[in-house]
Write a protein that binds this ligand. Sequence first.
Ligand code: AR6
Length: 169
Amino acid sequence: MTTITLAQGDITAQSADAIVNAANSSLLGGGGVDGAIHRRGGPAILEECRKLRASHYGKGLPTGRAVATTAGNLDARWVIHTVGPVWSASEDRSGLLASCYRESLRVADELGARTVAFPAISTGVYRWPMEDAARIALDTVRAARTAVEEVRFVLFDERAFEVFTRELG
Ligand code: AR6
């Protein structure tokens, strides 16, 4: 039985077995959550990401997939990097957004993580509307078959926190 909890603030200040990063395919860093995780987590994370690029993910991590690295100096054992889809008004990419949550939980299960903190993937630089993103995130986690005991959504601002609170029902 997975419990879904909500928190407001900076995901890099959370304590969890795994913290999920809203990365891009390059795995080499960026802004938003990604920038914050690499800043606070330190260079060990980037070092492992570079190794992944040099081995299994030469072309980068595809959208909707997930892969784990060390969490460096974060208060977690692992960072699970996943690549959300860029929002499109003309194309329905919600399957890819759902896949980010499903694949991240699959990786979490492989690792034996019991608590996982997620940001609202794709709702920043990738412009996904918050209501829709919250619904997809919550529906996907509720439907997932996983041994993860707590899925914690860490929402950066008050509005995102309110939207998730409403959608959680
Ligand atoms: N903790 C929690 N949530 C945060 C934090 C934080 N420290 N910082 C931002 N958010 P984004 P995306 C919220 O842009 O849309 C990067 O450059 C933010 O308000 O981090 O998936 C990557 O390298 C928003 O609600 O991720 C990619 O290129 C949510 O986290 C690209 O951005 C996601 O915003 C990925 O874009």
